[in-house]
Ligand binder design. Structure first.
Ligand code: KIV
Ligand code: ZN
Length: 550
């Protein structure tokens, strides 16, 4: 194969990044309104740009690249609108992008008039292909292009009513020889002459991602090590996603020394996009690191994003996608329900299998964690019935309820809604009377001796269309009734009994669950629901009998 070859393979053997860990968040800079916007089929209108800007501020971004004002009238006007209408919080810097050309720099400053904190983001391309093919300039001419622009920015900044920070990007950095990248960045630093209170941002972009993230990290660490005046430099990266590794590349670049990261919400940006700052920030959050960004209501961020960019969010997008906290598989559901119930009881460190973070931390409800289709098992059905429908189905009943729900899913051949799961449970287990029914019962005698409740009962039993009167005696209602039914010939014993209340106030009801075993050792559960707890237990008993003798 001759058409493609390894691009810009660079190995820095003195690398230290592999043994480091991310232990604090970088400075975040959103480039949604510039890189993200430039990549849209239909760029955002000013209203939508403003909505995104306000959302970014709410999330907590303190540096926001808002426009390329010298390149577009809409961007120029949007910049003026933000400044003139007071939309920029005092602790937030707006950043604009400009090419290294005099009239564009002057126009950019004009757009930024009276903005208190601005970052002028200057870029020129530095890779051999760009130098030789596009610009037809040698290395020193390319350096001069950058330093001449830096001088111009310095001149303009002395006239600007507000603080000006310089950001310089050697565009196509990852395809540039690292030594040349050092030379041009150092020429910029020396020309700007940054101070402790006026640091310069050196931003290293993978304009096109052409290699593995470890290679990018080597390039970043090598260049950062050689930068002049490092104490007055903020090192930054801006990764693109051509190979699908923009997030990984940004993370390894942080290990390699990057203090700042540029990216966008959901990774919107040129071609395959930029680094997704939501994923980056929540990756840190999931490791106990305060990202400084607030994604506690991820759904409203998603809504603003989709509305303004007209771009969908993939259902499997990390953290934010519709399906990312959902388990359909039975074994996963089982592990999740056990993990959740353990966490709900004990708290402490989050260790719920298959859920890297608690969905509630980003405003996602538990409802969608477990969804039921024919792949699901007993744990999933029990989770929906217990955690969402309000039942407290006993553990021994999980297998039977699971089978019932799975049969329903198989029959429908699709995912079941919560309502369909509840209906399947109600139909199979609750208040059944088609074959066995107690139409009436009377307690003839009720005595308590030595803490034992003795009851004598007479009941009307309907079985297979026949009505008989049965009598029995026992310790409590269920025992007496069972002895009466057994005397008629339906032989069984009660294995377990559970009850709880469901709903509150005037709607309160009792739910009973009874497990029976017949002479053939066959076991079955039944459930009863009624406002009267005694009646609920009788209904549970007859439901179980209907299932046992169906
Ligand atoms: O991807 C890129 O190189 C850019 C620069 C302007 C930083 O967007
Ligand atoms: Zn970019």
């Amino acid at each position: 194969m001759t058409k493609y070859t390894v691009q810009q393979h660079f190995e820095f053997h003195q690398r230290s990044w592999p043994s480091k860990r991310i232990d604090k968040a970088p400075i975040w800079c959103s480039v949604d309104l510039r890189d993200g916007n430039q990549a849209l089929k239909n760029p955002m209108n000013p209203e939508n740009k403003l909505k995104i800007f306000k959302t970014l501020v709410q999330i907590g971004f303190k540096e926001i690249e808002i426009s390329f004002p010298s390149a577009s009238k809409t961007d120029y006007e949007f910049t003026r609108r933000l400044i003139e209408n007071g939309h920029i919080p005092p602790d937030t810097s707006i950043q604009i992008l400009t090419q290294a050309r005099k009239h564009l720099i002057i126009k950019s400053f004009e757009a930024l008039r009276d903005a208190p904190n601005v970052i002028i983001h200057l870029y020129n391309s530095t890779s051999p292909a760009q130098r030789n093919v596009v610009f037809k300039k040698n290395c020193s001419e390319i350096i001069n292009l950058a330093t001449d622009s830096v001088k111009m920015i310095r001149d303009e900044s002395t006239k600007h009513n507000g603080k000006v920070t310089l950001e310089y990007s050697p565009e196509s950095f990852s395809q540039t020889e690292p030594d040349f990248a050092c030379d041009i960045c150092n020429a910029v630093i020396d020309t700007w002459d940054p101070q402790a209170d006026e640091k310069v941002i050196i931003n290293l972009p993978s304009t096109v991602e052409i290699s593995t993230p470890n290679n990018f990290a080597d390039q970043v660490e090598y260049v950062i090590n050689k930068l002049h005046r490092k104490e007055n430099v903020i090192t930054s990266v801006h990764t693109h996603n051509d190979r699908g590794c923009a997030i990984a590349a940004a993370e390894l670049a942080i290990l390699a020394g990057a203090q700042r990261v540029e990216g966008t919400l959901f990774g919107n940006g040129e071609r395959t996009g930029n680094a997704d700052l939501i994923t980056l920030a929540l990756n840190m959050f999931s490791q106990g690191i305060d990202s400084g960004l607030d994604f506690s209501d991820i759904s409203s961020v998603s809504d603003v994003y989709t509305e303004c960019t007209d771009m969908p969010i993939h259902p499997r997008h990390p953290y934010a996608g519709e399906l990312v906290f959902t388990a359909f598989s039975g074994s996963h559901q089982d592990a999740i329900s056990k993990g959740l119930s353990d966490y709900n009881q004990k708290g402490g460190v989050w260790q719920v299998p298959y859920l890297p973070i608690d969905p509630k931390d980003i405003g996602r409800s538990c409802e969608n964690i477990i969804r039921i289709n024919s792949q699901s098992g007993k744990g999933g059905a029990a989770f929906i019935l217990n955690e969402i429908c309000g039942f407290q189905i006993p553990k021994n009943m999980f297998a039977e309820t699971g089978k019932t729900v799975q049969k329903t899913a198989d029959k429908k051949g699709r995912e079941l809604s919560v309502e369909e799961i509840r209906n399947a449970f109600m139909t199979e287990f609750v208040n059944r009377s088609e074959n066995v029914r107690i139409s009436e019962y009377n307690i003839d005698e009720s005595t308590v001796t030595d803490n034992r409740h003795q009851i004598c009962i007479t009941a009307n039993l309907l079985h297979s269309g026949k009505e008989v009167t049965v009598k029995g005696k026992g310790n409590g209602l269920l025992d007496a009734l069972s002895n009466a039914i057994n005397s008629y010939g339906l032989k069984y014993q009660i294995i377990s009994y559970h009850e709880h209340s469901i709903e509150r106030g005037s709607n309160a009801k009792a739910v009973s669950y009874i497990e029976l075993e017949n002479e053939d050792k066959k076991r079955c559960f039944g459930a009863g629901i009624d406002t009267d707890i005694a009646l609920a237990s009788v209904l549970a008993l007859t439901s179980a009998l209907n299932r046992l003798y169906r």
